[in-house]
Ligand binder design. Structure first.
Ligand code: FAD
Ligand code: NAI
Length: 467
């Protein structure tokens, strides 16, 4: 094969693209991965999952030291070093993005720096930062160009005072007052970060609930825990405008039901009302790739309407999550290699990394009601779990929803410290088609947070021991 001739050219080096590239190389394909931002890892590593989790971790330590040490009999006087905290976050990011460059070298993936476009199937033109262009020939092209923040019409972001998540990961000082527009995952996670560091955070949400789509009772428990920590919620509110004046931002919002207008003032406003697929500059329209409202349409093998051109991750339908993008990527290239690639979209877990974490997999009660499925629910309060009490934690629950006739687990929803880690056993159990009884009869170590999951499973049959 000539130097510029590949089996697979991946456009986008995020979790979808870089994982697909590595897996394809493992399957003996000659692979190039084209990335324009200058570092690998995509949104997730550079301005998403990883920096947000680094700041959540650091700010939680700060909140522990300032608010919770005393309850453990520890006296401490602490001071916030925000540049130090942001510097640590940047170091975590750069270590991990460089780690992917290492993995590319190890697996023989060519990392091509620049922005790619597809003038025709089988061809990717890459424009480098210095303006030079090169053409890569490819048997298959995989688009993994991800997503970007959805803008709020009429409100312009400057990444200083009116910010998207990217700006909110690098604020130079702690805002006295912060308004978050959108009570979704980003709003709750980054709202938590700045609230813990001392900001008065108000979350304004259009709907009458937080975390739409998630099991409503579980989302409400999460909201209650965050309210206790000091976050304020204004639900059922539509933001009409945000004007900058005298170093502040003045917001005008209107209650959705009554139309009552209210003003809010903030030092920083975070716009987090969702993300949308990013496909700018690829030339998809000219190529004839079918799209629906900006989202690339694919068949069950991730092929677009143009043969030989595939797409995965945030730029195709489905939850915009890093692990979903990774699974897409692996399944896509395994299918290309003649294997049986498969993703179970019914069991993609979702975790909100607040404290406590809010973690969910499978169906919510609302979804099951809508589908007319008969179910039984088992719940166990975190306040009754001995490990949680030893940790000084009491907010949350483990909730298991099982089919009323067969006892098969249909959904698991947890609000607890490390709920995301607790959820993994539920995802695995559900992948194996487990019943609530299977989880209830599995020995869980004591004292462990996992016992709350076991007790919730026992509670499905009305026989929880500790509540
Ligand atoms: P991306 O990660 O967006 O990568 C796409 C890449 O393609 C980008 O690097 C971009 O520069 C590049 N690109 C685009 N066009 C071109 C082109 N023409 N040529 C070359 N390169 C191009 N998900 C989770 O699962 N867990 C979390 O905790 C989590 N936290 C998040 C926190 C924040 C603040 C945000 C914003 C997102 C978070 N997400 C999280 C979502 C997660 O980041 C995305 O779902 C994931 O990154 C999608 O992966 P992807 O590979 O599809 O796209
Ligand atoms: P989101 O879809 O989670 O939440 C957006 C919220 O904004 C919703 O509650 C919605 O009702 C509300 N909203 C929409 N328009 C509004 C308006 N005009 N005024 C007020 N509220 C409005 O989107 P978010 O939080 O921006 O995150 C984007 C994506 O990033 C998520 O879909 C998620 O997949 C991913 N993500 C995942 C994380 C994780 O897995 N831990 C962390 C952060 C992001």
């Amino acid at each position: 094969m000539s130097e510029n001739q590949y089996d697979l050219v991946v456009i986008g080096g995020g979790p979808g693209g870089y994982v697909a590239a590595i897996r394809a190389a493992q399957l003996d394909m000659k692979v190039a991965c084209v990335e324009g931002r200058g570092t690998l890892g995509g949104t997730c590593l550079n301005v998403g999952c990883i920096p947000s989790k680094a700041l959540l971790q650091s700010s939680e330590k700060y909140a522990d030291a300032t608010k919770h040490f005393a309850a453990h009999g520890i006296k401490a006087s602490v001071e916030l070093d925000l540049p130090g905290m942001l510097g640590r976050k940047d170091k975590v990011v750069s270590d991990l993005t460089q780690g992917i460059e290492f993995l590319f070298k190890k697996n023989g993936v060519d990392y091509v720096k620049g922005w790619g476009r597809i003038p025709a199937a089988g061809e990717v033109v890459v424009a480098a930062e210095d303006g030079s262009e090169q053409t890569l020939k490819a048997k298959s092209i995989l688009i993994a160009t991800g997503s970007e923040s959805t803008p709020l019409p009429g409100i312009e972001t400057d990444e200083k005072q009116i910010v998207t998540s990217t700006g909110a990961l690098s604020l130079e000082s702690v805002p006295e007052k912060m308004v978050v527009i959108g009570a979704g995952v980003i709003g709750l996670e980054l709202g938590s970060v700045w609230s813990r560091l001392g900001s008065q955070v108000t979350v304004v949400e259009y709907l009458d609930r937080v975390l739409p789509g998630m099991d409503a009772e579980t989302a409400k428990l999460g909201q209650r825990a965050l309210t206790k920590q000091g976050l304020k919620f204004k639900l059922g509110q539509k933001v009409n405008s945000a004007e900058k004046a005298d170093g502040k931002v003045k917001l005008s919002m209107e209650s959705v039901k009554k139309g009552k207008i209210e003003e809010l003032e903030a030092d920083v406003v975070l716009v987090s009302i969702g993300r949308r697929a990013f496909t700018n500059g690829l030339g998809l329209e000219e190529l004839g790739v079918a799209m629906e409202r900006g989202v690339i349409q694919v068949d069950e093998n991730f092929q677009t309407s143009v043969p030989g051109v595939y797409a995965i991750g945030d730029c195709v339908p489905g939850p915009m999550l890093a692990h979903k993008a990774e699974e897409d990527g692996v399944a896509c290239v395994e299918t290309l290699a003649g294997l049986k690639g498969h993703v179970n979209y019914a069991l993609v877990p979702g975790v909100v990394y607040t404290h406590p974490e809010i973690a969910t997999v499978g169906k919510s009660e609302e979804a099951l009601k809508e589908d007319g499925v008969e179910y039984r629910v088992g719940k166990f309060p975190i306040s009754a779990n001995s490990r949680a009490r030893a940790m000084g934690e009491s907010d949350g629950h483990a909730k298991i929803i099982a089919d009323a006739a067969t006892d098969k687990v249909l959904g698991v929803h947890i609000v607890a410290p490390m709920a995301g880690e607790l959820l993994s056993e539920a995802v695995l159990a559900m992948e194996f088609g487990a019943s609530a009884e299977d989880i209830a009869r599995t020995c869980h170590s004591h004292p462990g947070l996992g016992e709350a999951v076991k007790e919730a499973a026992l509670a499905v049959d009305g026989r929880a021991i500790h509540s």
